[in-house]
Design a protein around this ligand. Structure first.
Ligand code: ADP
Ligand code: MG
Length: 682
């Protein structure tokens, strides 16, 4: 019986060779494909009261024809037919364009159901569809599918109706009864009916609820099964690191680790010791101290006899990491090398040789680390900082360089819980949810652009106290050249304004790397007091004495980016300030500015950002790896996602899942998803 599903759509009445081809272009081949093609919306045919219908809105009414129809011919094939209709207490005109033939089907006294656009001022309805008789016979909702104009909605609906009727008895419900009953989910038959031809709004809602859960459950089963299979099959390197050495390093640090740092270091070390490959995401808000955690994990691996690699998205950041790590690790005899685009020729050749020989313990750099000729002797751990900047492919290449090394991705973009579960569902996640003690909340103000002068006065006060400042320049989407121009303009203004009193520096992506290096060094050594910059400083730069930030045109930035930028200040015990110069035009923009002034918590902002922008835009690019769902919506169906995640976990852990008749269908789908094959690379 179940084979009915795979039956070709061609068995339906009215589908010949031609239609079959059209449908296959829409990805519909079997009857099952057809019924799983969900409408993207429904036309609403519920009866409405005209008193409450806004002008120009589409509406369905029922009424009695009060006059004989009159037709006005307006030229070739053009006509206007008009009748008076009494609906409720309204006597209105119903107008039909170019349907003069309806004249014989309408007569005074008959009851009709009309759908059309309501012209409130003239009390006219422009009829787009009409049926004889009362509304009764017509459904409240009619599905509208995404058909790319290849086939008529009406025709498609007929096929759908047939297919649903045909499959009615043979459809198997993949959800085990106990889950369905436990969550009061409607059966697959009812749900399909409710998605395509809902009896009423509630029916659709219940249908949606069922499919959302089912979809998320299948997704979670897949993600978790993948993780399980990987752990069981990959047999990563067990790293026998030296705990004593690690403790020595920790006590040599200039501060005590936060509890969160301690917890995460333990999580990492525990996993390094096991013969499974680490595939982990470390998320921690800006300033939560990820760098030192990375250093500790890398040192652990090095004491175990392996090499480590740390990859950063920009040269500035790679250099800064190299400096920090050298300060901590060189006293412990670690050999560190920096590989950036500017390391060339002989120097580079020698460096690579030492890396191959195992003379270099730790290699730090940008994506220059993943060039083909970079070979390690024995790579044990790869850490990538600000991982969302790396493509999936780059990560894979780097991972493939070693003998299946452990991989840790670090990100300061806190990922909303929903996205962490979905996008990184197959990864383990460690979270630094605590900032080092003594940090003060960064005071954030949203200021209209015309009030720049008071801001400059505020800025000067900070400088007088010996602090430093960032001025972030307007961002012009897609045009680095214009960004640079803006930065140059602002730089010149400020240099004039503060002439001789304070040193102003300029930083942007077009500067030669030597020049960037010089500016950054002068800023971090305090020789430059004000750094005017494009968003190149967004990621990771650490100058604790900088306590003041002005962000021009702040409304052009997303919340996540603003939070990242702001994270450049507030890195010491001094009070820090962030001024958002913005004249947002949209409500959403205003809300973003307000959110920034209200909280310093990156996780709260991330949730807000997701809510404002939706999951597609959250990561900005296609590399997010977010799955596409037919029904589920990651923002609004968060609760369902959590439930599904827990259920998937329980199912996979129980022996019954792998045996029971009830779960056979879920198992089959899991198998088809490829999650159970151990040959996946990623
Ligand atoms: P992020 O997580 O944003 O990469 P960093 O690693 O750059 O943060 O750390 C931010 C600042 O906090 C640095 O100046 C670092 O030295 C300092 N820091 C890190 N951990 C601690 C700690 N446990 N106590 C005090 N300061 C710390
Ligand atoms: Mg960092």
């Amino acid at each position: 019986m179940t084979t009915m599903n795979t039956e070709s759509v061609s068995i339906l009445k009215g589908i010949g060779k031609e239609t079959e081809e059209v449908l296959s272009e829409l990805g519909i081949i079997s009857l099952y494909d057809l019924i799983m093609t969900f409408p993207y919306r429904h036309e609403d045919f519920r009866l409405k009261d005209l008193t409450e219908t806004p002008h120009n809105e589409r509406v369905t009414i029922e009424g009695r024809v009060e006059s004989e129809p009159s037709v006005l011919f307006l030229g070739k094939n053009k006509s206007r037919l008009q009748v008076h209709v009494l609906t409720g207490r309204h006597l209105i005109k119903a107008v039909f364009f170019n349907q003069a033939y309806l004249k014989n089907r309408l007569s005074a006294g008959m009851v009709v159901t009309l759908t059309g656009k309501w012209d409130r001022g003239r009390q006219v309805i422009n009829v787009s569809s009409f049926t004889n008789g009362p509304k009764m016979d017509h459904a409240d909702f009619e599905p509208v599918y995404s058909l790319k104009g290849l086939i008529h909605q009406k025709t498609f609906r007929k096929y759908m109706r047939q297919a649903l009727d045909l499959l009615q008895d043979s459809l198997q419900d993949c959800l085990p009864t106990y889950l369905r009953e436990g969550y009061r989910l409607i059966s697959i038959q009812e749900a399909l009916e409710g998605v395509h031809f809902p009896k009423n709004a509630e029916h659709f809602k219940q249908a949606r609820r069922r499919f959302v859960y089912e979809e998320l459950l299948n997704f979670q089963l897949k993600m978790q099964a993948m993780k399980k299979v990987r752990k069981e099959n990959e047999g990563g390197l067990p790293i026998h690191y030296d705990v004593q050495e690690l403790r020595k390093l920790i006590s040599s640090l200039p501060y005590e680790l936060t509890n969160a740092q301690k917890r995460v270091v333990n999580e990492l070390c525990k996993e390094l010791k096991e013969p499974v490959r680490m595939n982990r995401l470390l998320q921690g808000d800006v300033g939560s101290g990820k760098t030192v955690v990375a250093a500790l994990a890398l040192y652990a691996v090095i004491t175990g006899g392996y090499q480590g690699a740390l990859m950063a998205p920009t040269e500035i950041l790679a250099e800064q990491h190299a400096a920090s790590l050298a300060e901590w690790l060189v006293p412990f005899g670690v050999n560190i090398a920096l590989l950036s685009g500017s390391v060339k020729g002989k120097t580079r050749r020698i460096l690579l040789e030492k890396l191959r020989d195992g003379e270099i313990d730790l290699l730090i750099g940008t994506h220059a680390l993943i060039q083909p000729d970079v070979e390690f002797k024995q790579l044990g751990l790869v850490i990538t900082d600000e991982q969302h900047r790396f493509g999936v492919e780059q990560r894979r290449i780097l991972r493939d360089k070693g003998e299946n090394p452990n991989v840790l991705f670090m990100t300061a973009t806190p990922i909303p819980r929903t996205l962490a579960i979905t996008a990184f569902g197959e990864m383990d996640v460690s979270t630094l949810d605590e900032l080092p003690a003594g940090r003060k909340k960064i005071e954030t103000q949203w200021v209209k652009k015309e009030s720049l002068h008071p801001v400059l006065n505020q800025l000067e006060k900070e400088l007088e106290k010996g602090r430093q400042a960032y001025v972030i320049c307007p961002l012009i989407e897609e045009s680095e050249k214009l960004d640079v121009q803006n930065a140059v303009d602002v730089y010149e203004q400020l240099a004039t304004h503060f002439s001789r009193k304070y040193e102003v520096g300029l930083m942007h992506g077009r500067l030669h790397s030597d020049e960037k290096d010089r500016v950054m060094r002068e800023f971090s050594e305090g020789r430059i007091q004000i750094l005017v910059s494009t968003t190149v400083v967004e990621v990771g730069v650490n100058v604790p004495n900088a306590t003041f930030m002005v962000i021009y045109d702040a409304e052009r930035f997303g919340l996540a980016q603003l939070h990242q930028l702001r994270g450049r200040v507030g890195r010491s015990e001094h009070q820090s300030y962030c001024i958002l110069l913005a004249d947002p035009k949209t409500e959403e923009g205003k809300e973003r500015m307000i959110s920034m002034t209200e909280t310093n918590d990156g996780f709260v902002l991330a949730e807000k950002d997701l809510e404002l922008r939706g999951p597609g835009d959250f990561f900005g690019t296609k590399q997010s790896g977010l799955p596409e769902f037919k029904m589920a919506d990651l923002v609004h169906d968060y609760r369902a996602l959590e439930t599904a995640r827990n259920d998937a976990e329980k199912l996979l852990a129980s022996d019954d899942f792998w045996r029971d008749e009830e779960t056979a269908c879920l198992r089959e789908q899991l198998n088809e998803s490829g999650a159970l094959s151990s040959e996946r690379i990623d």
